[in-house]
Design a protein around this ligand. Structure first.
Ligand code: ATP
Length: 226
C-alpha cells in the first residue's frame, strides 16, 4: 500500500522578484514500511517537503495523502491530532526537555495526547535503542548519540505509522551516525514503520531502501538502492 502520496506539491515563499519556489511540483509515493532518503543540497527544498508531508505547514498548491486521507482538507485542530497520532518527528536538534529524565521525555507525547502508556511497547523501544540503563538520566548527562536515540524512542513510542526525520544525524560523528541509521532501519522493519529521512550526506543515504534526489524544489531522480 502507498502510505504517502505527494501530488504536484508546490510551496512558494515571497512574491515578485523575491519569489522563492521552494517546492515546484513534487510528485512521489512511498510504500508502507519503506525507508526513503530525500537528498539534496542546502536550500533545495528538503525541509519544506518534510514539513508539508507532516502537516507542519500548508503548501501553495498540490496535495498530500497519508493513508489515503487528504491531510490538507483537515482543519488546524484536526491536523494537530492527526499529526500527533500518525507521525513521529525526529529533528537534527534533539529537542529534549532538559528538566525531564529520559523516560519522561520518551512518554511525553503519549501523555500530551491523553493516552494510556503501552508500557510493553515503550519498554521494547527503550531496549531496542539500548537506553535501559539511562532512563533516569537527564538529557544533559548523555552524549549526542544517546540524546538522538532518546529522540527516536520518543518518536516511536506513540507507534506512528510514519517517521519523518530531518537530518537526524546532522549533529553526530560518522560512526554514531551509522549506528543511529542502523537503529532507525531496524526499528522500521520491526514495527513496519515508514521512514522518510532527509539528509545531504550521500553515505548516510545509501542505507535507505530508496533515495529521492531533489534540486531547486524538483525531484531529479528516484534511484533504488541495492
Ligand atoms: N519561511 C520561509 N520564508 C521564505 N523562504 C523560505 C522559508 N523557508 C524556506 N525558504 C526558502 O525555501 C528554499 C528551500 O528551503 P529548505 O529549508 O526547504 O531547504 P533545505 O533543502 O531543507 O535546506 P537545508 O539543507 O539548508 O536545511 C530556500 O531557498 C529557503 O531559503
Amino acid at each position: 500500500m502507498k502510505i504517502v502520496k505527494v501530488k504536484n506539491l508546490k510551496k512558494y515563499y515571497g512574491k515578485d522578484e523575491n519569489l522563492v519556489r521552494a517546492l515546484d511540483g513534487i510528485n512521489f509515493e512511498v510504500e508502507e514500511g519503506e525507508f526513503v532518503c530525500v537528498i539534496g543540497t542546502s536550500g533545495s527544498g528538503k525541509s519544506t517537503l518534510l514539513h508539508m508531508i507532516g502537516g507542519l505547514d500548508r503548501p501553495t498548491d498540490g496535495n498530500v495523502l497519508i493513508n489515503n486521507k487528504e491531510i490538507l482538507k483537515l482543519k488546524d485542530d484536526e491536523l494537530t491530532i492527526f499529526r500527533r497520532r500518525e507521525i513521529g518527528f525526529v529533528f537534527q536538534q534533539f529537542n529534549l526537555i532538559p528538566i525531564l529524565n529520559v523516560y519522561e521525555n520518551i512518554v511525553l507525547p503519549i501523555e500530551l495526547d491523553g493516552n494510556k502508556i503501552d508500557k510493553n511497547h515503550v519498554d521494547l523501544v527503550i531496549k531496542a535503542l539500548g537506553l535501559e540503563s539511562k532512563i533516569y538520566n537527564l538529557p544533559n548527562n548523555l552524549s549526542g548519540g544517546q540524546q538522538q536515540r532518546v529522540a527516536i524512542a520518543r518518536a516511536l513510542a506513540t507507534k506512528p505509522s510514519i517517521v519523518l526525520a530531518d537530518e537526524p544525524t546532522g549533529n553526530l560523528d560518522s560512526k554514531t551516525s551509522q549506528d543511529v541509521m542502523g537503529l532507525l532501519k531496524t526499528m522500521s522493519q520491526r514495527f513496519n514503520q515508514t521512514i522518510i529521512m532527509i539528509t545531504h550526506n550521500e553515505e548516510i543515504s545509501q542505507m535507505a531502501n530508496r533515495v529521492v534526489r531533489i534540486e531547486d524544489g524538483k525531484i531529479i531522480s528516484k534511484a533504488v538502492n541495492e
